[in-house]
Design a protein around this ligand. Structure first.
Ligand code: GUN
Length: 293
C-alpha cells in the first residue's frame, strides 16, 4: 500500500482564499480590516521565522498586523502592560504571544491576561477549560489542533468511534488535540515520556497524531496498516547528503510509513500551513463577532 499524501498546503490555501474573499466583501461594506497583534519576546530564530510567516500571510489576506518585539530580558510587568494596551485597542481583534517565552516570564500569567475574546491562539485558561467540557464552546480553539482535525476529516469524514493515539501532551498541541478529537467522539489515548510500551499502544491507532519534536521517532512497525498518520513535528537536522546544509524532518519516519499507512501528512507541507490558515480564520472570526457582516 502507498499512502495518500495529505496536502496541507492545498487545504490551507482553500481556507485562506475564503478568508481573503470575506475580508474583501467586508471592506466593500466599509468594515474595518481584522487586526492581529503579534508579540515576540527575545530573538529566537525559529520564533522569528514563524512570526514572519504569520505576518506575511496577514498581508496577503487583508488582515492588518501589529507586531511588537520586546528584548529577551524584558520584565513580566512590561509584557503585562503591553497585553493590557492591546486588550483595549479596538483596531486589534486578535492577540498572539509567540511561545516559548523566556524563563523570567510567567507564561500562564501572560496567557491569562489576554482578553478571551481576542485569544486567537485559544490558550487562555477559559478557552482551554471550555474546550475540555462538551457542553461549552470556547471562543477559540488552538490553531494546530483545529488544523489537524480538518486534515483528518479530509480522509476520515466521521471520526466517531475511531481509535486515536496522540503522542505528546503539550498545552499547544498534544492536549488540545486530544480534547478536540474526543469532542468529536473519537476514543483518544494520550501518550507521553512516561508511557510504557509506546509502540504497542500506537499500533492500536486508526489515527496516529505525533507531536513530540523528535526527528523520525515513530517507525513503520509502530503503525497499524491502513492508519492515518498526522506528523506535527518540524525538526531541523543536518542533511545526510551534505552536512553543511540542513533539512526539515517530521517526528515520523515518512519514507517507511508511507508504505504502511493509508494517509500521512508530509513535513513540510502538512500541518504547518494549516496552523497559519486557522490563525487567520480565528482572527477573522474575532472581527466578525465584533461586527457581523
Ligand atoms: N509556538 C509554537 N506554536 C505556537 C502557536 O501555535 N502559537 C504560539 N503563540 N506560539 C507557538
Amino acid at each position: 500500500m502507498t499512502a495518500t499524501i495529505i496536502d496541507g498546503k492545498a487545504i490551507a490555501k482553500r481556507i485562506k482564499d475564503e478568508i481573503a474573499e470575506e475580508i474583501k466583501v467586508r471592506n466593500q461594506f466599509g468594515m474595518p480590516a481584522p487586526g492581529l497583534a503579534t508579540v515576540l519576546v527575545g530573538d529566537d530564530p525559529a520564533s522569528q521565522i514563524y512570526l514572519r510567516n504569520k505576518i506575511r500571510t496577514c498581508e496577503q489576506l487583508g488582515i492588518r498586523s501589529f507586531s511588537y518585539t520586546l528584548p529577551a530580558d524584558a520584565e513580566q510587568a512590561e509584557l503585562e502592560q503591553l497585553i493590557r494596551t492591546l486588550n483595549e485597542n479596538p483596531e486589534i481583534h486578535g492577540i498572539l504571544v509567540q511561545l516559548p517565552l523566556p524563563p523570567q516570564i510567567d507564561e500562564y500569567q501572560i496567557l491569562s491576561l489576554i482578553a478571551p475574546q481576542k485569544d486567537v491562539d485559544g490558550f487562555h485558561p477559559i478557552n482551554a477549560g471550555m474546550l475540555s467540557r462538551k457542553e461549552s464552546d470556547p471562543w477559540f480553539i488552538p490553531c494546530t489542533p483545529s488544523g489537524i482535525l480538518i486534515l483528518v476529516q479530509s480522509i476520515v469524514s466521521d471520526i466517531a468511534g475511531k481509535e486515536v493515539v496522540v503522542i505528546g501532551r503539550s498545552s499547544i498541541v498534544g492536549m488540545p488535540t486530544a480534547q478536540l478529537l474526543c469532542r468529536n467522539n473519537a476514543t483518544v489515548t494520550i501518550c507521553h515520556r512516561q508511557t510504557q510500551e509506546l509502540p504497542k499502544i500506537c499500533r492500536r491507532a486508526d489515527i496516529l497524531v505525533v507531536a513530540v519534536g523528535n526527528s523520525r521517532m515513530v517507525k513503520s512497525s509502530w503503525v497499524k496498516p491502513g492508519a492515518v498518520v498526522i506528523d506535527v513535528g518540524i525538526n531541523r537536522i543536518p542533511d545526510p547528503a551534505d552536512p553543511s546544509k540542513t533539512i526539515l524532518t517530521g517526528d515520523t519516519d515518512f519514507d517507511e510509513i508511507v508504505n504502511v499507512a493509508s494517509a500521512i501528512t508530509p513535513v513540510p507541507g502538512g500541518v504547518g500551513p494549516m496552523t497559519i490558515a486557522i490563525l487567520m480564520r480565528n482572527t477573522l472570526a474575532a472581527a466578525r463577532r465584533e461586527k457581523p457582516l
